[in-house]
Design a protein around this ligand. Structure first.
Ligand SMILES: Nc1ncnc2c1ncn2[C@@H]1O[C@H](COP(=O)(O)OP(=O)(O)O)[C@@H](O)[C@H]1O
Ligand SMILES: Cc1cn([C@H]2C[C@H](O)[C@@H](COP(=O)(O)OP(=O)(O)O)O2)c(=O)[nH]c1=O
Length: 225
């Protein structure tokens, strides 16, 4: 029996870590067993090429590494995490909560390509990650939608002005705006559940967003929580 995989995705600074924390706390409160994973898996050796890419060692613009090459770095890191850390739990029927997943390649790497190549890339990345590498497909993807101007402010706040720590994606507002468009496309194609985190130019409260995500999970997955 295979388990279930919930992925939480969104642009940098959209609240993924915050919402993953709140969800995991709620699962614990309800006594639901789960395993939390996060991508890239920075603490693992498998993320070395990802770290080099995001640090700008292959070029300081996202487009300096093409969508296919960059996607493979992230895919290999995911394969290593699955094989080493959560395959057994998943195959035993466990609930996995992922902060970013293949869905991030479908957002960020897709954005590097002209629109007429989007469907071909999305077919390719599904084949690579879900078929050839045999990674599980998500049962539910929650996409946190937030205008880049707001997510950038939150990121700035998180980095407390120390802009040097931003990676090559986070530094590039134009790229992040393109990612918002590619994310909307992927969300439509794959029926991701979009959670709008802004209301009337204001960021919604953490708890309110959390309640919406919890409701979605209960409705969509019928998990006993
Ligand atoms: N709904 C919210 N309202 C206000 N601040 C928020 C909200 N959600 C997240 N934050 C803050 O915004 C910053 C980015 O959130 P984070 O969860 O780290 O985003 P991500 O994991 O998507 O990069 C953090 O400092 C976090 O505390
Ligand atoms: C997991 C993953 C991330 N990414 C991108 C999204 C982010 O811009 C970047 C690193 O993700 P992340 O570590 O979430 O960023 P942060 O610095 O906010 O913690 O890598 C991909 O392009 N493909 C992927 O498969």
């Amino acid at each position: 029996m295979s388990g279930r995989l919930i992925t939480i995705d969104g642009l940098d600074g959209s609240g993924k870590a915050t919402q993953t924390d709140l969800l995991c706390r709620e699962l614990e409160r309800r006594g639901v067993r789960y395993r939390r994973v996060s991508f890239p898996d920075y603490s693992a050796q498998s993320s070395a090429p990802v770290r080099m890419y995001l640090n700008g060692e292959f070029g300081d613009q996202p487009g300096d590494v093409n969508a296919y090459a960059a996607s493979t770095f992230f895919a290999v890191d995911r394969f290593a995490s699955f094989a080493r850390c959560w395959k057994k739990d998943y195959l035993d029927g466990g609930l996995i909560v992922a902060d970013r997943y293949t869905t991030s390649n479908m957002i960020y790497q897709l954005a590097k390509l002209p629109k007429e190549e989007w469907d071909g890339f999305l077919d390719w990345i599904q084949d690579l990650e879900y078929e050839k590498l045999a990674l599980p497909r998500p049962d539910l993807t929650v996409y946190l939608e937030l205008p880049t101007e707001i997510s950038q402010k939150l990121l700035d706040h998180r980095y407390e002005g120390g802009k040097g720590r931003k990676d090559i994606h986070e530094r590039n507002l134009e790229f992040l705006s393109a990612c918002r468009e590619s994310a909307a496309y992927a969300a439509r194609r794959f029926s991701w559940k979009t959670v709008f985190c802004e209301e009337g130019k204001e960021l919604r409260k953490r708890e309110e967003i959390h309640e919406e995500i919890l409701k979605l999970i209960l409705e969509e997955l019928h998990v006993g929580i």
